[in-house]
Design a protein around this ligand. Structure first.
Ligand SMILES: NC(=O)c1ccc[n+]([C@@H]2O[C@H](COP(=O)([O-])OP(=O)(O)OC[C@H]3O[C@@H](n4cnc5c(N)ncnc54)[C@H](O)[C@@H]3O)[C@@H](O)[C@H]2O)c1
Length: 385
């Protein structure tokens, strides 16, 4: 019989819902887990939203004040799924209150914010898991193993792309995402944070980079009411978009490999076109999130005209076997969050970290900070962190 872990969720927008669904599904996909999440509290500032969450998912209680979560002895673990500007304050407060945290990327507005949360987690001796879900895809894990095994030779270069149209519509509301104070960076924190993490996950640390950014939709209408996700607003007062829609970046890795990272939130015709192409001296591996369970793999000794095979991941690749019985049965985005929830809860159960940690968040954020510095300096910047 599994013992229970009292869980709270802070911020019940898109990610709050996805984290909650993941907790609920843990028992379905990972019945062997020794800890069973129990939804005890949801904190949400929009009136009525927490109550709706409780009615749908069975949270025992609700609050509009996240500080009540830190003070609640029933709560042992907290999902922090509020906007970026709250990550630092809430993350540090929860860790200091002795709560384990599962916190969304990019963990604050800067590497300093991510470091503050990482330090608080380390000092409190609690576990901290970060929402870099794309590395949880079984195909990405297999790609990482393939690269590490040397099957594609010495890695020479990678291209990481994250193109989306979620902000392409001119009526997309001027939510917290477009404001420096509440969102921090734009597509850097939103998408390039995932790209930097994927690049590191596959190729190791990034040592230096040079970046360029642009704003393509400079004004948006302010929303007149509460928003969640990528809401629309028509007719509201126009305000300035304060952070970048687009980034392109050249990367140098500590290994000597080179890379290109490009991300855009206003790419018409692109829906979640996220992926990578990793090239080595003897082969290559390709991944596209939209065909999440497939890899393009080119290995052999031909060098030229070497064919590319499509490999469907299956049981034995990452956590695929917890979701599907055989290769080419599709997994989806939310499944990546169930895997992340499992790693978080297993970290708590065993007292050792699994999956993406706050250390990974600090290193991703350090790359984003270096991109911002590079835009100002016009030159190459070292990536610390
Ligand atoms: N890992 C991923 O793939 C992924 C995808 C989307 C968003 N995210 C991250 O998740 C976080 C949330 O993004 P989202 O898309 O869910 O945003 P959202 O706007 O849909 O949800 C945020 C919620 O937080 C609530 N909130 C704001 N201030 C609050 C406060 N003081 N107390 C309690 N609740 C408060 C808002 O009312 C809203 O319901 C962001 O950090 C974002 O970067 C990650």
């Amino acid at each position: 019989m599994a013992s229970t872990l009292g869980v709270a969720v802070v911020g019940f927008g898109w990610m709050g819902r996805v984290h909650t669904q993941a907790y609920v599904r843990l028992a379905h996909h990972f019945p062997q887990l020794g800890l069973r999440p129990e939804l005890v509290l949801v904190a949400e500032e929009v009136p009525g939203r927490a109550e709706e969450a409780a009615a749908q998912f069975g949270f025992a209680s609700t609050t509009r004040d996240w500080r009540a979560v830190a003070a609640d002895p029933r709560v042992q673990a907290v999902s922090i799924t509020a906007p970026n500007f709250l990550h630092r304050e809430i993350g540090v407060a929860m860790a200091e209150a002795g709560k384990h945290i599962w916190i969304e990327k990019p963990v604050g507005l800067s590497a300093a914010d991510a470091s503050a949360v990482a330090d608080a987690v380390a000092k409190a001796g609690v576990q901290g898991t970060v929402g870099f879900n794309y590395r949880n895809a079984p195909a990405v894990e297999r790609a990482r193993q393939l690269i590490a095994s040397g099957e594609i030779g010495t890695v020479t270069h990678v291209r990481v792309r994250l193109f989306s149209d979620y902000a392409a519509h001119p009526d997309g509301a001027l939510t917290w995402r477009y404001e420096r104070d509440r969102g921090g960076s734009g597509v850097l924190g939103d998408l390039a944070s995932h790209g930097a993490d994927l690049a590191r996950f596959l190729l190791g640390d990034i040592s230096a980079l040079i970046a360029d950014t642009a704003v393509f939709v400079p004004e948006r209408a302010r929303p007149t009411g509460a928003t969640a996700g990528h809401a629309r607003a028509v007719g509201g007062e126009l305000g300035p978009v304060e952070n970048e829609d687009y980034v392109s970046c050249l990367l140098r890795f500590a290994s000597g490999a080179r890379g290109v990272l490009e991300a855009c939130r206003v790419s018409v015709g692109e829906q979640n076109n996220y992926g990578f192409e990793v090239h080595g001296t003897k082969g290559a591996v390709f991944w596209d999130f939209r065909r999440m369970n497939e890899l393009g793999v080119s290995v052999g000794a031909s060098y030229q005209d070497q064919p590319v095979s499509t490999v469907f991941v299956g049981p034995g690749d990452g956590e695929f076997g917890a979701f599907q019985p055989g290769a080419a049965n599709a997994m989806g985005y939310d499944d990546l969050k169930v895997i992340e929830a499992e790693r978080f809860v297993r970290s708590v159960a065993e007292g050792v970290p699994y999956g993406a940690t706050l250390g990974d968040a600090v290193r991703s954020a350090a790359a984003l900070d270096a991109m911002s510095r590079s835009v100002v300096s016009g030159g190459w910047e070292g990536v610390g962190g």
